[in-house]
Design a protein around this ligand. Structure first.
Ligand code: HEM
Ligand code: HEM
Length: 455
């Protein structure tokens, strides 16, 4: 019998996305290290233009966000969704093609950033050709998602499928709008209008893309690990619609210090608090589904990862509404406090869930047992310790900056005070990077030497 080409084999789409995700975690965190070194020793990379802070920071942020987190979440869901729908993925070749376009978008975007080509808007730095590739990939994925749902044999549309479909379709819309793709040369609108558009995009890339994708994985893993049915599918659906209704326009809470209309700021702040609703639906479901079975979440590394992902989600979403108040932002805005929030949100919540999904589905996707569960456990501890350090040190650094500024001190005066905290952050970062490389090594070894699972 002729051999089936790779891109047609079962779960190959999921595998390609997952491998790209793990590679991106390694590359993206290294770029984070480069950025962190700048903040401890600004002259370290003197005269190496492609390692300038402005370039390497953008490479870090975009590679971990689009490469690691988003790609890994998508990879895990490409396995999960057909399972819960009791069908096959509509098209493995299209899922592979989407992965290829997406990876090309990220890689070209990163190389261009290092060479100094940027559209210079946060989370939208990639140049236009990259935008086109990433947009095409998201549209193809939306098509695969819709067609897979249409071909399902299971009549109940389990809540994970809602979140997956939402995540990829909103992803395609938000990416197009946020990158102002109708203006290829600048990728922006003008003036204040652009600030509003950018922060609509900035928060929706988190709220309407990675958050629903991660939530879809939590809903898949939670009942399976607990060994109990989901407490409430209805609550999950309510969470989905409230996420869409209230998250979509809270971006203005990033602009409380900017001259945008006051009513827009009020909407942003009010909806930041209403976000308690969708967040609570996940937490309540988690709590009641795992009641009396909680210890099961401490037994395997992927169970621990999903548990801690949910805990970081809770912490992020308690901190989030508070820091959307103008009087809190007087201390926390424009400083390291926000960087602490970013890391517990993007790595703590969505990154932990992405890693949980990766290790949970990888044996099924590859047909091989994980090469070393001890290494997955080591990755969990390295990333957890590193991230806890990040949260603590960056929050302290932010409070120092905020108070110096509030008392009339200049930025210049506050910078030397940050040195110890930036050094501790750098050291914590080394733990996270080690976690990324341990994970990548474990993945390569699983693909090469993992014990084949008999069907
Ligand atoms: C209840 C939910 C949340 C609320 C109300 C919230 C609120 C906020 C606010 C007010 C800021 C801006 C702070 C400032 O600039 O002074 C912020 C920044 C940020 N948030 Fe959240 N957040 C929430 C959840 C999340 C989640 C789930 C994620 C990621 C998955 C996330 C990722 C980020 C990031 C990356 C930033 C930094 C943006 C930047 O300045 O570059 N947040 N958040
Ligand atoms: C996969 C893990 C990681 C994720 C998901 C992540 C995510 C992010 C995000 C979203 C931002 C933008 C923050 C903002 O503008 O508010 C950021 C900035 C940054 N990250 Fe990471 N990060 C990760 C790992 C690391 C590591 C390991 C290091 C250091 C060794 C690091 C160092 C930095 C630095 C220095 C910045 C810029 C901070 C600034 O401008 O003051 N990150 N990261």
């Amino acid at each position: 019998m002729p051999e089936i080409p790779y891109w047609r084999t079962e779960y190959s789409g999921a595998k390609t996305w997952l491998v790209f995700g793990a590679l991106s975690m390694a590359v993206g965190t290294l770029a984070g290290l480069g950025s962190a070194i700048h903040l401890v020793a600004p002259d370290f990379f003197a005269n190496i233009s492609w390692l300038e802070f402005g370039r390497i920071r953008a490479v870090h942020v975009d590679t971990v966000l689009f490469g690691f987190v988003t790609a890994t979440l998508i990879g895990a869901l490409l396995y999960i969704i057909p399972k819960v729908l009791d069908t096959e993925l509509f098209s493995e070749p299209i899922a592979n093609l989407a992965a290829l376009l997406y990876a090309a978008g990220v890689i070209i975007g990163d190389i261009a950033l290092l060479a100094g080509y940027t559209q210079a808007r946060e989370y939208a730095e990639y140049i236009y050709p990259s935008d086109v590739l990433i947009e095409a990939a998201l549209i193809l994925l939306s098509y695969v998602a819709v067609m897979t749902i249409l071909r399902r044999r299971e009549p109940l549309l389990y809540v994970s499928s809602w979140y997956f479909l939402g995540g990829v379709m909103w992803g395609a819309m938000v990416y197009f709008a946020g990158n102002a793709m109708w203006h290829p040369w600048i990728g922006a609108e003008d003036g204040l209008k652009d600030a509003i558009l950018l922060w609509f995009y900035g928060h929706n890339i988190f709220g309407l893309v990675v958050t629903p994708l991660a939530t879809g994985i939590i809903y898949y893993m939670m009942p399976r690990i607990a060994g109990a049915p989901l407490y409430s599918q209805l609550l999950g659906i309510i969470g989905f619609w409230t996420l869409l209704s209230f998250y979509a326009h809270i971006g203005s809470h990033h602009l409380l210090q900017a001259p945008i209309p006051t009513w827009l700021k009020a909407v942003g702040i009010a909806d930041s608090f209403v976000m308690v609703l969708p967040v609570a639906t996940v937490l309540v479901n988690f709590w009641y589904t795992s009641r009396g079975r909680f210890s099961k979440f401490l037994l395997t590394p992927s169970a621990k990862l999903v548990l801690f992902g949910t805990i970081w989600y809770a912490i992020t979403c308690i901190q989030g509404p508070l820091q959307s108040l103008a009087w809190v932002q007087r201390v926390t805005h424009f400083n390291n406090w926000v960087i602490g929030h970013s890391h517990i949100a993007v790595l703590g919540f969505t990154g932990f869930v992405a890693l949980a999904g990766l290790w949970y589905v990888f044996p099924e996707v590859t047909g091989r047992r994980i090469y070393s569960l001890k290494m997955v456990n080591a990755q969990f501890w390295l990333v957890l310790l590193g991230l806890s350090g990040f949260f603590l040190f960056l929050t302290i650094a932010g409070l120092i900056q905020g108070h110096v500024w509030l008392m009339g001190g200049t930025v210049y005066r506050s910078v030397p005070m940050l040195k110890p905290w930036m050094t501790l952050r750098l050291l914590s970062g080394l733990l996270i990077i080690s976690g990324a490389f341990v994970g990548l090594y474990n993945m390569i070894m699983t693909l090469k030497y993992g014990e084949v699972i008999e069907k």
